[in-house]
Design a binder for this molecule. Structure first.
Ligand SMILES: NC(=O)c1ccc[n+]([C@@H]2O[C@H](COP(=O)([O-])OP(=O)(O)OC[C@H]3O[C@@H](n4cnc5c(N)ncnc54)[C@H](O)[C@@H]3O)[C@@H](O)[C@H]2O)c1
Length: 408
C-alpha cells in the first residue's frame, strides 16, 4: 500500500513511521521547512517514544513539501492542525487549504482519510466542497473517511497497535477502502457515520477534561475547608468501584481548549465544558493564592518545575506554566527560574531553563507545574534548600500536601 500523510507533526509523523514499519511506502508532506530539514537529517523534531529508532532505520518513508508527491498514493491522510478562531468558531481554513492543494493532483481510486480532530459537520462540508470543485463523486471516483486520531503523545506507537480505530464513512467504496487501511494495524474497527466519528473523538477529550475538572474543583473546595485533596481522592477511590476521581493538576493542551470551540459554536445554552474550563484554568491562580495564604512570595527566589502541557513530554503548546508564572510575577518575587529537562530551549517564556541542581539549592519556593517522572521526591528534595516551600498540586513528592516545607 502507498500512503501520503499531509502534516507530519505530533500525529502525522508517528503514524507515517508506524505505517512504514508495517511495510507500506509512505510520503510525509509538510509545509514547515525546519521540520523537513530535521527529517532530512533523520532527526526527530520532537520526542515521541520509539520514533527516532524507526526514523533512523526507515527506508520506505520520505518527506517533502510537494503535494504532487501524493499523486501515487492509494491513501491521502490529512493530519494538519485544526484550530479555532479567537471567537467561538471552528477555523476550517487549514483543512480546506489541504483539500484545495490536493484537487489538482488527486486521481480516481484514491481515498482521503481525515485524521485531524474535526468539528461536527466538517467531513460533510469537505465532501460538498470536493464535489463542487472537482469532477469527482465521493463513493464513486474517490473515497472519503473521517478516522480521527485518539492516541496520547509519547504513547503513539504503542497506542496505534492497541486502540480501536473509528471509521466514519457514508458510502461502501470509502468504507471498504478505509477498513482495508486500518485493518493493517491489527486492531478493532468501529465503523460509523462522518458526524459520529467526529463526535466520538471530541467527546473522548471532553470526558477526560471534565473528569480532571472534578478533581480540580474538589482541590479548591478541600483547600477552602482546610482539608487535603489527595487524602480525599484516595478515600473516594479506595475499593470503591464507581466514578473514580483522578488526581488534581494543571489540565490544558491545544486539543482541550479547541474542542470547547468546536462543540459550542452551534450551541447557545448553558455549557458543561465552559464550567470545566473555568475550573481547570483557575488552578494556577489557586496554587499561588493557596501558598500566599501561608507565606509571602515578595522578594523570594522561585523555581517553576515543568513547562509542558503533559507529563514526560516536550510539548509546551497551551501549557499552563506561563500563566502560573504570570501569577507568581504579580507577587513580586526577586527572581524566577524554570527547570524542564524535557524542553531543550535555554530560555522559556523569558526565564532561564536550568537543570535541577543549578536552580533548586537557592530557591525559597518551588512550584511543581508538571508531573514529570524526573520530579521525584528523591530528585527534588535531594537538591532543595532546607526550609524551602514546595507547591505540589500533583503530589509528585508523595507528601499528600499541596503546600509543604522542606525539613530545616
Ligand atoms: N497532538 C496530539 O496529541 C493529538 C492527538 C489526537 C489528535 N490530534 C489532532 O491531530 C491534528 C494534528 O495535531 P498535531 O498535534 O499533530 O499538530 P502539529 O502542529 O504537531 O502537526 C501539524 C502539522 O501540519 C503541518 N501543516 C499545517 N498546515 C499544512 C498544510 N496546509 N500543508 C502541509 N502541512 C501543513 C504543520 O506544519 C505541522 O507540522 C489536530 O487536529 C489535533 O487536534 C492531536
Amino acid at each position: 500500500m502507498k500512503v501520503a500523510v499531509i502534516g507530519v507533526g505530533r500525529v502525522g509523523l508517528p503514524l507515517s513511521l508506524h505505517f512504514e514499519s508495517l511495510g507500506m511506502t509512505v510520503v510525509g508532506i509538510d509545509r514547515d521547512p525546519r521540520l523537513l530539514e530535521s527529517l532530512a537529517r533523520r532527526e526527530m523534531p520532537f520526542h515521541e517514544e520509539g520514533c527516532q529508532e524507526l526514523l533512523t532505520r526507515s527506508t520506505r518513508v520520505r518527506f517533502t513539501s510537494a503535494y504532487a508527491d501524493a499523486h501515487d498514493a492509494d491513501y491521502v491522510i490529512v493530519t494538519v492542525g485544526t484550530p479555532v478562531h479567537q471567537h467561538i468558531e471552528t477555523d476550517l481554513s487549514l483543512v480546506r487549504q489541504v483539500v484545495e492543494g490536493l484537487l489538482p493532483i488527486l486521481r480516481t481510486g484514491q481515498t482521503i482519510i481525515l485524521r485531524s480532530t474535526l468539528a461536527p459537520g466538517t467531513t460533510a462540508y469537505l465532501k460538498a466542497y470536493i464535489e463542487l470543485h472537482s469532477p469527482w463523486r465521493i463513493g464513486q471516483d474517490i473515497g472519503l473517511a473521517c478516522c480521527p486520531e485518539r492516541l496520547a503523545e509519547n504513547a503513539a506507537l504503542r497506542e496505534l497497535s492497541l486502540l480501536p480505530q473509528v471509521i466514519g464513512c457514508e458510502d461502501d467504496f470509502s468504507r471498504e477502502a478505509a477498513c482495508r487501511l486500518f485493518a493493517s494495524l491489527g486492531v478493532k474497527l468501529l465503523v460509523t457515520t462522518y458526524v459520529s466519528a467526529e463526535l466520538v473523538k471530541l467527546f473522548n477529550n471532553v470526558s477526560r477534561y471534565v473528569n480532571f475538572a472534578v478533581a480540580n474543583y474538589l482541590a479548591t473546595i478541600a483547600a477552602e475547608h482546610g482539608q487535603h485533596i489527595h487524602e480525599l481522592v484516595h478515600m473516594s477511590n479506595e475499593d470503591y468501584p464507581r466514578g473514580v476521581i483522578p488526581g488534581p493538576g494543571f489540565t490544558a493542551g491545544t486539543c482541550l481548549r479547541k474542542d470547547f470551540g468546536m462543540i459550542n459554536e452551534r450551541f447557545a445554552g448553558t455549557d458543561l465544558l465552559l464550567s470545566a474550563w473555568k475550573v481547570n484554568e483557575y488552578m494556577p491562580y489557586h496554587v499561588v493564592e493557596h501558598l500566599s495564604s501561608q507565606t509571602s512570595l515578595h522578594g523570594q527566589e522561585v523555581v517553576v518545575l515543568g513547562c509542558t502541557f503533559k507529563r514526560n513530554s516536550d510539548d509546551t503548546r497551551d501549557a499552563l506554566t506561563p500563566k502560573l508564572i504570570r501569577y507568581i510575577e504579580r507577587k513580586v518575587p526577586s527572581r524566577i527560574l524554570v527547570c524542564d529537562p524535557h524542553v531543550k530551549d535555554a530560555v522559556v517564556d523569558g526565564y532561564p531553563n536550568l537543570a535541577m541542581d543549578q536552580c533548586l539549592p537557592s530557591a525559597d519556593v518551588v512550584f511543581i507545574a508538571v508531573n514529570h517522572e524526573c520530579f521525584s521526591a528523591e530528585a527534588v528534595l535531594g537538591h532543595a534548600k532546607p526550609g524551602a516551600w514546595i507547591v505540589d498540586l500533583w503530589n509528585c513528592l508523595g507528601t499528600g500536601q499541596v503546600v509543604s516545607r522542606v525539613a530545616k
